[in-house]
Design a protein around this ligand. Structure first.
Ligand code: UGA
Length: 451
């Protein structure tokens, strides 16, 4: 099938490259000249495992091209994916500027029989608004199918090609058929994979529903995920106060089939560009309907409180932050991405700096943080740790898992290690003569035999 993907940000680039990978002919539309130049040479404009390989493959096979103008490709397309950002425009009101501009740009060239698939997370009802606008402007029906995206940064390609479920919200059966046809290789896991490092086949559940329910599903999924993390982090603070270990608690709780183990990893608080934005928009839409979103707001507030608590805890453990040197390992909001939007690690750096600490950070891919221009970023974790009073693991990159703790102890001035992602083995830390503190885990002082 011939597909056009409008907007090559995180979601759009993954959709375009993956749809080309499963056998479609795809044109990706991107108006930012810098991003377009990247895409045309098979480079992802952001760090995302496997994406560049997929882009290069599509470009080489001729099944994937990129353009800045949709009007050439749209007339020949069976399906047009809308993958534009709808950021929080303030007070939880999603900004529809990009989506509206994109729809306006294709209106003159749309033809009957084509289907719009919207993957942008838009306010509830926005798909209906787009459909009725197109009806008015085009003079014929252009079905709009809501197809929310659940991919995670860092595993986006895997999540798109081997999803748990795909959701289609449509009020037009024919349009639904066309979209399902485009997804057929993914639904059946019938495309050739394995050579590109993807997992084994995992046939997703297909959920077909009305547009509004599909729209709510996206917000609800993020609200559930964020609330689980806020809750386990609150439990972690309780564990910390009462000498329990939250990791063991989470394991025991997650073994309950009704609860399950996912998203129970206590840490530094959730971040990224989606959770808080989507919760804010959902809360606003609740209020607009006269519903007080107590729980959703609590999930957001609890996350803020948790982030503050971690910074305060580091201050307590150091006996004050002024003049202390802290090495921060990781700046991205999670591993395998260079995204620092609403990163808890960056917020921690800001809090430590504001309290008078000297902070030196390292991240395997983040080389600068525009929001904190004064933040010193070192090219190697050991350089960041030099003369540090404390080392804080802020993002659980795989390369930190094998960090040489004896070498770390050798370059540090102090002995405090704060594992703010509970991802290090405490024994490895204390055996090197360092003091281990996790999040909601009992602290362990260095062993006498440590170097
Ligand atoms: C999230 C959702 O997981 C996706 O399904 C959704 O498509 C996406 O938002 C979106 O709306 O676009 P993402 O923000 O990429 O994906 O990242 P996650 O892997 O969900 O992690 C979010 C944050 O929660 C990170 O800061 C992560 O470190 C934190 N987290 C996650 C925890 O602290 N504990 C956990 O157990 C899991």
């Amino acid at each position: 099938m011939r597909l056009v993907v409008i907007g090559c940000g995180y979601v759009g680039t993954v959709v375009a490259a993956s749809m080309a990978r499963v056998g479609h002919t795809v044109v990706g539309i991107e108006v930012d000249p810098e991003k377009l130049a990247y895409l045309r040479t098979g480079r992802a404009p952001f760090h995302e495992p496997r994406l560049s390989a997929l882009l290069k493959d599509g470009l080489a096979r001729g099944s994937l091209t990129f353009d800045d103008d949709p009007t050439t490709a749209v007339p020949d397309a069976d399906l047009i994916f809308l993958c534009l950002a709808s950021p929080n425009g303030g007070e939880g009101r999603a900004s529809m500027t990009q989506v509206e501009a994109a729809v306006a740009s294709i209106e003159p060239v749309l033809r009957p029989g084509q289907v719009l698939v919207s993957k942008s997370t838009m306010p509830l009802g926005a798909n209906e608004t787009i459909a009725s606008r197109l009806r008015d402007r085009c003079g014929f029906e252009v079905p709009v199918v809501a197809n929310p995206e659940f991919l995670r940064e860092g595993t986006a390609v895997q999540d798109f090609l081997h999803p748990d479920r795909v959701v289609f919200g449509a009020d037009d059966v024919q349009a639904l058929d066309v979209v399902i046809r485009a997804y057929r290789p993914i639904i059946d896991q019938s495309f050739e994979f394995g050579a590109d490092g993807s997992d084994l086949a995992r046939a997703p559940q297909v959920v077909t529903t009305d547009r509004r329910s599909a729209e709510v599903m996206k917000f609800a999924a993020n609200a559930f995920l964020a609330s689980r993390i806020s809750l386990i982090n609150e439990i972690a603070r309780i564990c910390d106060a009462h000498g329990a270990d939250v990791d063991i608690v989470a394991r025991g709780v997650g073994l309950d089939g009704r609860i399950g183990p996912a998203y129970l990893q206590a840490g530094l608080g959730w971040g990224g560009s989606c959770f808080d934005k989507d919760l804010a928009i959902l809360a606003r839409q609740a209020r607009d309907a006269g519903i007080e979103p107590d729980l959703i707001e609590s999930v957001r507030h609890a996350n803020q409180a948790h982030r503050r608590w971690v910074a305060d805890r580091i201050g307590e453990l150091l006996g004050g932050l002024a003049g202390r040197r802290v090495a921060l390992l990781g700046l991205a909001f999670k591993p395998d991405t260079d995204d620092v939007r609403d990163s808890p690690a960056v917020e921690l750096a800001q809090r430590l700096l504001a309290a008078g600490a000297e902070v030196c950070a390292h991240d395997p891919v983040v080389a600068k943080v525009a929001a904190v221009p004064d933040l010193e970023i070192c090219p190697h974790p050991m350089l960041a740790a030099e003369r540090a009073d404390a080392v804080v693991l802020a993002t659980e990159w795989a390369e930190y898992a094998t960090l040489d703790m004896h070498a770390l102890a050798g370059v540090m001035r102090g002995t405090l290690v704060v594992d703010a992602r509970n991802s290090w083995d405490p024994r490895r830390v204390v055996d090197a003569g360092l003091d281990y503190h996790g999040i909601g885990r009992p602290g362990i002082a260095a062993t006498a035999g440590g170097s």
